[in-house]
Ligand binder design. Structure first.
Ligand SMILES: Cc1cc2nc3c(=O)[nH]c(=O)nc-3n(C[C@H](O)[C@H](O)[C@H](O)COP(=O)(O)OP(=O)(O)OC[C@H]3O[C@@H](n4cnc5c(N)ncnc54)[C@H](O)[C@@H]3O)c2cc1C
Length: 488
C-alpha cells in the first residue's frame, strides 16, 4: 500500500538527532507539505522553528500519498466562488493559486531540488455535463485564467467536452517534500498529544514551550475553544499506479459522478477515484478501480496502489490562520478539499506572512473566522454524523464474535457481552480492540481496502493493531475492550 512516490526515494536521513529543544519560537506539529514549507518560509525570514512529526519520516501523511498536481484548476471552483463570494474573491483565489505554482518553481530552483517538476495543462473533462464545463470556462476566464474548451483529449475514452488550464504543474511530491525537509529542523517519531496554551506535550512525556504553535497535522488536534471539528469532514480516495502506459500530455480531472483523476509520471499512470466519506461503508474500491484500469489501459500492469484522505471544508476553501480569536498564537491549516498542493504552499505563505508581519493578500479568504451559510449547513451535518456515530455505539447490537474471518477482514462483534473491533490481518493473526475512536468516542468501521479501522465522524484512522494512522486522534485504540457505554 506504499505510494509510488515513496518507493522511489531512499529513507530520509536528515531528521534531527538528540533531545527536543525545551523552547522554540515556533513549534510546527506535522511534517507534511504545510509543516515543512512553513518551516522553510520562517527560516528564510530568520525565525527559529521546529517541526514535530509523529511518523518515522516527514511526508508519511497525505502529502506522501497525493497525486501531486499543482494547479489553479480545482474542479468546478470558479463558478461556485463567483456565485457564493463574488467575482473579486474568485479572482483573488485564482491569482493566489497561480502564485503558488510560481512559488513551487521558485523553491525548486532556489534549493536546486530534483523532483521531476513539469509544466503541463490541467484539464477538466465530462462525458455528459457540457453545460457545467461551459459555465466554468466562462467563470475561469472572468478570474483571469486563459482556460480553453476542447472537444478532443488524449484520454483513451470519449469525452463530450474538456476545459484546459494552460501552464500548470506536476512533480514527484515526496522528492520535493524531503528536499525541503532536509533544509529545516524536523524531529521524527514525535507525536504531540496535547497543547496547553504555549506548551506542547508529547507521547513520550516531553514538553516544549513555543511562542506560536502551527497545527500542520492535516486535521487539527486538541483544539478548544476552536470549533473546527464541527465544520470539517474527511474524504478518502483510492489511487492505482499502472506501469507501461503511454504518458498523457496533460493532467485530467473528471467532473462527472464517476469521473476519475489521471496523471502520468513517466510511463506510470496514476488513476484516482472511488471517493467516499472516510469511515463510511463502501463497495470494494480497488476492485472497481482495477476494472476501470483494465477497460481503459489494457496494456498497463498494477505497480502499486494506495489510499489517501483529505479534510473537506464547508465552502471548498482551506481554513488557514489563527484557530480562534481567543488563541491567536495557535495557527491551523486544513480543509484543502483535495487541492492541498497549491493549498499547502498558500497556507505556509499565509502563516509565515502573519508571523513576520507581511500578511498574504488572500489570507482573509481562508480565515477560520469566516462565516457563511454553508458553515451552518456543514455544522448541522457534522453534528448529525457525530450523533449517528454515537448512536451506533450505543444502540447497534452486533452478532457474536466469529472466528471465521479471512485475512483482510474485520467486524464489530460481541465478545462476552462487550463490543469489540475484531480483525484478522493478512498474515492470519487475529486482533481485538476497543471499537471507539479515541478522538470523540464514535464507533469505528473496518475498511477492507486499507485494512484499517476508520472513524466515520471525523476521519481518524487506526491500524489493525490499534496504532493511530491519521489525525485527529492522538491515542491508539485500546486493546482492552470494556462495556460499550464507557467514555473513550
Ligand atoms: C487521493 C488524493 C489525491 C490528492 N491529489 C492532490 C493533487 O493532485 N493536487 C493537490 O493540490 N492536492 C491533492 N490532494 C490533497 C493534498 O494531498 C493534501 O491536501 C495535502 O497533502 C495535505 O498536506 P498537509 O501537510 O496538510 O497534511 P499531511 O501531509 O497529512 O501532513 C500532516 C502530518 O502531520 C503528522 N501528524 C499528525 N498528527 C500528528 C501529531 N499528533 N503529532 C505530530 N505529527 C502529527 C502526520 O504524520 C503527517 O505527516 C490529494 C488528496 C487525496 C486524498
Amino acid at each position: 500500500m506504499e505510494s509510488v512516490w515513496k518507493k522511489e526515494v531512499p529513507p530520509f536521513a536528515h531528521g534531527q538527532e538528540g533531545a527536543l529543544p525545551r523552547r522554540t519560537e515556533v513549534a510546527i506539529v506535522g511534517g507534511g507539505l504545510v509543516g515543512v514549507l512553513t518551516a522553510l518560509y520562517l527560516k528564510e525570514n530568520g525565525i527559529d522553528s521546529v517541526v514535530l512529526e509523529a511518523g518515522e519520516a516527514p511526508g508519511v501523511g497525505q502529502s506522501g500519498r497525493t497525486t501531486g498536481k499543482i494547479t489553479c484548476q480545482h474542479g468546478l471552483k470558479y463558478a461556485a466562488l463567483i456565485r457564493d463570494k463574488g467575482e473579486s474573491a474568485a479572482r483573488t483565489w485564482a491569482s493566489a493559486c497561480q502564485g503558488a505554482i510560481h512559488a513551487y518553481e521558485g523553491i525548486v530552483g532556489r534549493l536546486g531540488l530534483s523532483c521531476d517538476l513539469e509544466m503541463l495543462p490541467a484539464l477538466l473533462y465530462t462525458q455528459k455535463n457540457d453545460g457545467a464545463l461551459e459555465r466554468e470556462a466562462s467563470a475561469a476566464r472572468r478570474c483571469g485564467i486563459a482556460a480553453e474548451l476542447r472537444r478532443r483529449t488524449d484520454l483513451p475514452f470519449d469525452v463530450s467536452l474538456a476545459l484546459s488550464y494552460p501552464r500548470q504543474a506536476q512533480l514527484q511530491p515526496y522528492k520535493f517534500l524531503l528536499g525541503v525537509a532536509s533544509r529545516v529542523r524536523v524531529f521524527c517519531g514525535v507525536r504531540v498529544t496535547a497543547i496547553k496554551g504555549r506548551h506542547l506535550l508529547t507521547e513520550e512525556g516531553d514538553e516544549i514551550e513555543a511562542q506560536r504553535v502551527v497545527l500542520a497535522c492535516h486535521y487539527p488536534i486538541g483544539l478548544l475553544p476552536s470549533t473546527v471539528f464541527t465544520r470539517l469532514w474527511q474524504s478518502t480516495s483510492y489511487v492505482l499506479a499502472l506501469g507501461g502506459v503511454r504518458p498523457l500530455a496533460g493532467m485530467y480531472y473528471g467532473i462527472d459522478r464517476d469521473g476519475l483523476s489521471l496523471r502520468s509520471h513517466g510511463s506510470t499512470l496514476l488513476l484516482t477515484g472511488m471517493s467516499h466519506r472516510t469511515g463510511e461503508e463502501h463497495p470494494p474500491a480497488f476492485e472497481a478501480l482495477e476494472g476501470r484500469a483494465r477497460e481503459y489501459f489494457p496494456e498497463g500492469h498494477v505497480v502499486t496502489r494506495w489510499a489517501a484522505q483529505d479534510c473537506m471544508s464547508e465552502d471548498g476553501l482551506p481554513l488557514v490562520g489563527p484557530a480562534s480569536p481567543l488563541t491567536p498564537h495557535h495557527y491551523i491549516a486544513t480543509g484543502f478539499s483535495k487541492w492541498g498542493m497549491t493549498g499547502a504552499m498558500l497556507a505556509a505563505q499565509m502563516i509565515a506572512g502573519d508571523i513576520v508581519g507581511a500578511p498574504h493578500f488572500a489570507a482573509p479568504l481562508c480565515s477560520p473566522a469566516r462565516f457563511t451559510l454553508s458553515r451552518l449547513r456543514a455544522t448541522a451535518r457534522q453534528v448529525g454524523e457525530t450523533a449517528r456515530g454515537w448512536g451506533r455505539r450505543l444502540f447497534e447490537v452486533p452478532a457474536e464474535l466469529s472466528h471465521e474471518l479471512a485475512p483482510g477482514e474485520g467486524e464489530i462483534a460481541l465478545s462476552g457481552g462487550i463490543k469489540v473491533a475484531h480483525s484478522r490481518d493478512e498474515q492470519g493473526e487475529e486482533h481485538i480492540l476497543r471499537p471507539y475512536c479515541t478522538h470523540m468516542g464514535c464507533q469505528v468501521n473496518y475498511n477492507p481496502d486499507t485494512l484499517s479501522w476508520d472513524c466515520p465522524c471525523h476521519g481518524s484512522r487506526f491500524s489493525e493493531e490499534g496504532k493511530v494512522l491519521d489525525a485527529p486522534a492522538t491515542k491508539p485504540l485500546s486493546k482492552k475492550p470494556t462495556a460499550q457505554g464507557d467514555t473513550p
